[in-house]
Write a protein that binds this ligand. Structure first.
Ligand SMILES: [Zn+2]
Length: 201
């Protein structure tokens, strides 16, 4: 799927990145909603999303269950009621995205980033979250229960009304700047790195 390689907008003098596999950025695209829909349809047909640029895309209610995402960019994307159940992600970047009522349960995720992301009412249960960065993200009403958080990072995150029960915190960096009503029952939270002193060891 090299058709979605990151390219500049084709309007002369525009510095924005082309949007959803089209020649135009979101502002110059004559029909951004249709462009998003055809991007979703192409991914569902292919079952793979490789180097796809979802930056600034807004998607409500889509089912990406068991799709394979590699090297995708979701910067400032807005997803609501989107299912990623059992999907796999490698080198995917969700930075500054907004995720509302999305399902990432049973995912296999490696080297991904959710930096500065708003995560509300999402499930990351029963997942392999290896080397995943949640630094500076705002996580509310969400669950990570029964997941492997190996070498994942929650540095300066805000955690509220969320669950990390039965999680494996081995080598995880757990240093939220705000923590309210978070449960970690049956988790080896003692194995997590919890102070900045040990951050660069
Ligand atoms: Zn443009």
């Amino acid at each position: 799927m090299d058709m979605y390689r990151k390219l500049p907008c084709s309007i002369e003098g525009c510095a924005e990145t082309a949007f959803a596999g089209t020649p135009y950025c979101r502002n110059h695209h004559p029909a951004p909603l249709e462009a998003t829909k055809s991007l979703v349809d192409a991914i569902l047909a292919d079952r793979n999303a490789i180097n796809v640029d979802f930056a600034d895309v807004s998607i409500v209610a889509a089912d990406f269950s068991r799709i394979r995402f590699i090297g995708c960019r979701f910067k400032k994307a807005t997803f609501s009621h989107v299912m990623f159940t059992g999907a796999s992600f490698r080198l995917c970047f969700f930075d500054a995205a907004s995720l509302d009522s999305c399902d990432f349960s049973g995912v296999d995720m490696d080297f991904c980033s959710f930096g500065d992301v708003d995560i509300f009412d999402c499930s990351f249960e029963n997942s392999e979250l290896i080397h995943v960065n949640f630094n500076g993200s705002r996580i509310k009403e969400s669950t990570f229960s029964s997941s492997n958080l190996y070498d994942s990072r929650f540095i300066l995150s805000e955690l509220e009304n969320s669950r990390f029960d039965d999680c494996d915190f081995k080598r995880a960096y757990y240093m939220p700047q705000k923590e309210k009503a978070v449960s970690t029952a049956n988790s080896n939270i003692a194995e997590a790195v919890k102070d900045l002193e040990h951050l660069y060891l």
